[in-house]
Design a protein around this ligand. Structure first.
Ligand code: RIB
Ligand code: CA
Length: 302
């Protein structure tokens, strides 16, 4: 189950997941983040339809964060969130909202479902607050977010997903649920250049769409040189346990409960660097070439 806010890198990650033989996607939940939840949900439905997988249920999620307001990143992903025009989706979302869908799916399949969160953690925080024991029914939880011991990409201290809803990030990170966190440090090492995209030869529809999205992203701003694979690397970590080496820590996230200095909101603070429920990547523990190979393989790029 993937919680997502498409967003171009989310779209690439979803296309990889849809092409991955070892993944059976039981459902997608959407959240505002890169764009408001309306476009994020439309994009999710459109991506599934483009891949011939309109059978996968989509449950619409968070409109607003637990506290504050979303920052959005339309300047990065385009006004509607994708850099290639997909036909407006014909399928509808599930009648069930994202939090209820997550709860029902995890309770019906205890210990069997891997949860991958690619956007702000609002849906997961609400699940944990409304149904405290349910999130830990997940087989594993992977989160793209945070900046542990490295600069952020939204502020000097905070990565976008955690900055967008720092209270949700704190509630999930402090929940005690084991989480594998793909933060800024590993993501800064795994990227595609404009030449990588121009040289891509896609053998699948998913790979073609990925190439079009990435070409559109580079065309949007000719000064762009690198497309960082934030969400695709999170997918890689869920598929290949050897791609990234992790260490276990205990952590909290600064939000308005912990500091009035809003420039610190979303900052990751490690409380115990030797043990805890959060697995963070060792800065030198990323197999960059293996990660890029798996991304290209799942996209059918040669
Ligand atoms: O900071 C990068 C993260 O924020 C990615 O998940 C991107 O899609 C945005 O949601
Ligand atoms: Ca995302």
């Amino acid at each position: 189950m993937i919680d997502t806010d498409p967003g171009v890198d989310d779209a690439i990650a979803l296309l990889m997941a849809l092409s991955c033989p070892s993944m059976d996607i039981v459902g997608l939940t959407t959240t505002a983040g890169n764009v408001p939840v309306g476009p994020a949900t439309r994009n999710t439905l459109a991506i599934l339809e483009s891949a011939g997988r309109a059978d996968i249920p989509v449950a619409r999620g968070a409109t607003r964060p637990i506290r504050g307001r979303y920052a959005y990143a339309r300047h990065v992903h385009s006004a509607e969130g994708l850099t290639y025009p997909l036909p407006p989706p014909e399928t509808r979302t599930s009648d069930t909202g994202a939090v209820q869908f997550m709860a029902e799916t995890l309770q019906a399949n205890p210990g069997a479902v891997t949860l991958i969160a690619l956007g702000p953690l609002t849906n997961l925080a609400r699940l944990n607050r409304n149904r405290p024991s349910v999130l830990q029914l997940a087989k594993r939880v992977f989160v793209m977010g945070g900046a542990v011991g490295s600069p952020g990409n939204s502020t000097p201290h905070a990565e976008f997903n955690f900055y967008s809803d720092p209270t949700a990030a704190r509630l999930v990170i402090e929940s005690g649920v084991p989480i594998t966190l793909i933060d800024m440090a590993p993501c800064r090492q795994v990227y595609l250049t404009k030449d990588d995209v121009e040289g891509a030869r896609a053998s699948t529809e998913a790979g073609n769409l990925a190439e079009r999205l990435l070409s559109g992203w580079f065309r949007q701003d000719p000064t762009r040189e690198r497309f960082y694979m934030y969400d695709p690397l999170t997918l890689v970590a869920a598929v290949d346990p050897n791609a990234i080496r992790f260490r276990s820590v205990t952590m909290t996230i600064d939000d308005s409960e912990s500091t009035e200095d809003a420039t610190l909101w979303g900052r990751c603070r490690v409380l115990d660097d030797a043990e805890g429920p959060i697995r963070v990547a060792e800065p030198k523990g990323v197999d960059v070439q293996a990660s890029l190979r798996l991304i290209r393989e799942l996209l059918g790029w040669s």
